[in-house]
Design a protein around this ligand. Sequence first.
Ligand code: HEM
Length: 460
Amino acid sequence: MQGIYNLPDGPKMPLFVRLMQFIFQPLEYVEGLTKNYGDSITVWGNKGTPIIYFTQPQALQQIFTADGSCLDAGRTNRGLSFLFGTNSLLLLDGERHQRQRQLLTPPLHGDRMRAYGETIRTITRQVMESWEIDKPLVIRESMQEISLRVILQVVFGLEEGQRLEELRQLLSSLLDFISSPFMSAATFFDFFMKDFGAWSPWGWVLRQIQKIDKLIYALIQERRTELNQNRQDVLSLMMSARDENGEAMSDAELRDELITLLVAGHETTASALTWAFYWIDRLPEVRQKLLTELATLGENPDPTTVTKLPYLSAVCQETLRIHPIVMSATPRVVRSPINIMGYDLPEGAVIVPSIYLAHHREEVYPQPKQFKPERFLEKQFSPYEYLPFGGGNRRCIGLAFALYEMKLVLATVLMRFQLSPTNKRSQRPVRRGMTMAAPAGMRMVVKPNSYKRELTVLKS
Ligand code: HEM
């Protein structure tokens, strides 16, 4: 395709060098692209496929509002079918994608969040019980423990017990392994993804997935025969959902969507929470404003009231702006030629809507490297300027859930503790699979906070 079409300019360095930088220095990679080539950049992929990064709000609007039949996104995730299966929302396109979205949306809709609030708060308190005052903890691990337990209870409907523990351990070790930068690099090479037995890296991955599947299918069977018809977990709601033809989801579809929600939903939220604690401690005025806002609520406020607090909401928004957990929305493959920003993109070209670069545009967010929640109190940004959850017909289905969980966990922790990084140097995000996370070694010391004192002052 190279040379025939009118495409934006971009780097000419060898694919391997670019790939290594994309994996090991992802921020430097995209920042370099826009610094050297501007708002729209073409990089050339394997087999001469043009991959075009777009960063301006106008371009993102054109992409997200384009006719769904012109662009495919599921196709670019096919390499993940070893984990998600072939029925996952992430891998589907066209009508099948639409059908799965219709079935999955109601249980994750904003109105349902009320039912999940108490569970989120209880789990946060349980995890906090294991924290020791003045002792450092690896904050990302603690946040992952919370978000994984939340997903297992809210989505799978699993109560504390052996099965929850077994699934939790299998998933944690699997995700830790496949999310390492080494594995991210390895999956680009076909020979690595071969099963040479249980002791080979890929053989181990496949066997872990088999063990997880066994537990999930057993759970689905159990749920089918269960007498309790009033269950409110996402799995039960998915099982009772029907499409336009009155059809329910098959066991394989349920399995694939459960794994999808679990993987897409837990590390993302945990990383966002980790960054929020990092900024809250770095900027005492932000922390103070949050505590003052929380102090207006009393000691055991209704979860939904907490999630409506304006400053808390702005802190979450700014966290996801400055550190979008997913650097770009799912790449879209052009199915029929389309014009974006004056460029004629041919069939087969790949479009990358860059969330990170959109969130760091100086003219939209003055001083973009600074953490300023006030931006979100002063201005309403368009969905093409602010897009931590992507957009269009692929926008994150867990948006409401993630924000609800973030706010409740933050409020519950801050009402009791202050978390301070042991290392005061500023931290850069690192790749963790498809997401950008805080460095694994980031530790925070747990201290009791002044919230109770402030509450007393405000009441007197
Ligand atoms: C802070 C947390 C989260 C962030 C930053 C995030 C971000 C994203 C982004 C950027 C996309 C791609 C959208 C696009 O291509 O336009 C996405 C898709 C998706 N997310 Fe999330 N997500 C988060 C939490 C969750 C949660 C909690 C769940 C489920 C419980 C979830 C489930 C999904 C699914 C299933 C998709 C695929 C949607 C589709 O292809 O139709 N995510 N997410």
